[in-house]
Ligand binder design. Structure first.
Ligand SMILES: Nc1ncnc2c1ncn2[C@@H]1O[C@H](COP(=O)(O)OP(=O)(O)O)[C@@H](O)[C@H]1O
Ligand SMILES: [Mg+2]
Length: 236
């Protein structure tokens, strides 16, 4: 693990009715301790996950439009309303890594999909799902080395369920030397063994268990009782 904690510095007179301090999870933030090489941020839409991830990316000096220090492909990209108010605590400090937004992840996945010849380049074998996983893995490894911190915002947006599983394999292969902080709604990704899950619907943000997340509870209920859930949903 590299990033040990994130602390919000309280500015006297910061406007709590204006973004980002208007977000309850951000307003009530003091220090978040990262306890695992893989941390997930969960919570309702608008609960502040992307805002925090962006702030961390800003402090890492990653391009906050998504990318690494070398990927300055967006103008106006270094925007982060929260970034200046965060202090990161490292042991040891590293500067390698990447910030991926959902949109960027989607383009990244499509790019790989459309260039099967590049799969071979990255050691991919065929069209079957595992080769996507390998392509992802190789890209992470080739471009950023092993000691890195990856900040990923809803990576599942670009990945089918089978590829989410393949992606978990990618994380497994890297997490010995890399740290992941991932905002996600995926009940699959959240099942990653030993991950720390931080719930943005709790104030202040706190750790929760996989089985306690709404993502798990709602998805499980739907899959096990689809008819009755739909009946309840559509009545009246
Ligand atoms: N640049 C911005 N300016 C003002 N409000 C914003 C900005 N970005 C996000 N918000 C608001 O802050 C809240 C949290 O957003 P966000 O961090 O994207 O949530 P999440 O990623 O958990 O869905 C939302 O209500 C959103 O509309
Ligand atoms: Mg978000």
């Amino acid at each position: 693990m590299y990033l040990k904690s994130v602390t919000l510095l309280r500015e006297q007179g910061a406007d709590s009715s204006a973004y980002p301090f208007s977000i309850p999870a951000i307003r009530s933030l003091s220090t978040l301790n990262f306890q695992s090489n893989v941390t997930f941020l969960v919570g309702e839409n608008g609960s502040g996950k992307s805002t925090l991830l962006e702030g961390i990316a800003y402090q890492c000096e990653f391009n906050t439009a998504g990318g690494s220090r070398n990927n300055l492909y967006e103008v106006d990209a270094a925007q982060s309303a929260l970034g200046e108010a965060l202090r990161l605590s490292w042991l040891p400090k590293i500067s390698n890594g990447f910030f991926l937004r959902a949109e960027t992840f989607y383009h990244f996945a499509s790019h790989i999909d459309q260039h099967p010849e590049s799969w071979r380049h990255y050691g991919g074998r065929s069209l079957h799902e595992q080769s996507h996983g390998e392509a992802f893995l190789s890209l992470f490894q080739h471009r950023f080395g092993k000691k890195a911190i990856y900040l990923l915002d809803e990576p599942e947006a670009a990945l089918s369920p089978a590829r989410q599983l393949a992606f978990m394999r990618v994380i497994k292969d890297l997490e010995r030397d890399a740290q992941f902080i991932i905002a996600t709604h995926s009940p699959i990704l959240l099942g990653y063994p030993g991950a720390q899950i931080l719930d943005f619907d709790s104030l202040p943000v706190r750790e929760t268990d996989y089985e306690q997340t709404l993502h798990y509870v709602v998805t499980r209920r739907f899959l096990e009782n689809r008819k009755s859930v739909l009946h309840e949903l559509f009545k009246d």
